[in-house]
Design a protein around this ligand. Structure first.
Ligand code: NAD
Length: 310
């Protein structure tokens, strides 16, 4: 099944820019919201976003009018479902509203149409009732979707394998990075991590341990340099899993994932195996590889003045 035409419901922060990504990839898009003012704002924002992307040669300036012409704004949901292969729901994060919109979509769309929600955290599979639950999936984008590559794809218990595979291929066709979660979990991967960070940040602020500027400076000058290269799991291989284990123990916590590796002598980069397997590369080689990447990132961040707040 090839996706040729889609419908995006909700033209707010996420909806308008998801519509833009599809239209840029040559796909026809119907974009629905409640009234003409919202739709006008959405189309103006899309044009402005495309102009910024053109500055960086992510889109060809001469293509902008064609991209805009592929997006048909409308406030008639029923009419906008005609002939679409996929719906991306991006209305406000209110369970009753999602339920209502999906029940309308279920009535209007063909049974083969994929129904995707961009919810940030809701268990859409419990909230929504549709005739063909095999076609219901979460495709969770990140703002701004025309820049940030990740789309988390979450399958419900009844979501078919075909729907997940098709979602993966589609997101790749858009030039984006799909990551599939096989099971629903509140807030998925990234927002779950972000929520944990926010919890700590609020505590630091409330206890007046540091100002917002100090916290951001601390993070940008440390994690901000490491994260793009080693993420949040591989970084532990470089800390040393033995040290991570000792720190956990001193806090009275035993993390079996860490302890089991330490017991087997897998300490991370220093033993060529931890959460990742470095295929027998020596510690020296692994560290050199990492450091060259860190140096490139740091030089670039300095070049673009990234350590100054926006
Ligand atoms: N803002 C983010 O960074 C972000 C990131 C990822 C996912 N999300 C999720 O995307 C969804 C949309 O979030 P947003 O930030 O774009 O919200 P938003 O408030 O900017 O946009 C929601 C739009 O839905 C429209 N709407 C409401 N009821 C409607 C209806 N019955 N029919 C058609 N349109 C209707 C509103 O008029 C509004 O324009 C939410 O589920 C949110 O959790 C948001």
């Amino acid at each position: 099944m090839e996706i040729k035409k889609i419908l995006v419901v909700g033209a707010g922060t996420m909806g308008h820019s998801i519509a833009q990504v599809y239209a840029t990839a040559g796909i026809e898009v119907n974009l629905v919201d409640l009234n003409q003012d919202i739709l006008n704002r959405a189309m103006n924002l899309i044009k402005s976003n495309l102009n910024v992307l053109a500055e960086f040669e992510w889109v060809n300036k001469n293509e902008i009018s064609n991209i805009l012409n592929r997006i048909k704004p409308s406030n008639d949901l029923k009419e906008a479902t005609i002939g679409v292969d996929l719906v991306v729901e991006a209305v406000s994060e209110v369970p009753d509203l999602k339920e209502k919109v999906f029940s309308q979509l279920d009535e209007y769309c063909s049974e083969n149409c994929i129904l995707a929600s961009n919810t940030s955290s809701l268990d859409i599979f419990k909230i929504v009732k549709v005739k063909n639950p095999g076609r219901l999936v979460i495709q969770h984008w990140f703002a701004p979707p025309y820049i940030i590559p990740l789309v988390e794809i979450v399958a419900g218990r009844k979501t078919s394998k075909e729907t997940v595979e098709l979602s993966v291929k589609l997101i790749e066709r858009l030039g984006k990075k799909p990551v599939v979660l096989n099971k629903y979990i509140d807030s998925f991967i990234v927002n779950r991590i972000q929520n944990a960070i926010s919890g700590v940040v609020f505590e630091l602020l409330l206890r007046k341990i540091a100002t917002p500027e100090m916290i951001d400076a601390a993070v940008k000058h440390s994690l901000g340099i490491r994260l793009p290269i080693v993420g949040v799991v591989q970084t532990l291989d470089f800390t040393g899993l033995d040290l991570v284990n000792d720190i956990s123990k001193s806090k009275g916590i035993e993390v079996s994932l860490i302890k089991n590796r330490v017991d087997q002598g897998h300490l991370g980069a220093k033993t060529s195996k931890g959460f990742y397997d470095y295929g027998g590369m020596s510690e020296e080689e692994i560290l050199k590889k990492r450091d060259r990447q860190y140096l490139k990132i740091l030089s670039y961040l300095n070049k673009i003045n990234a350590f100054k707040p926006i």
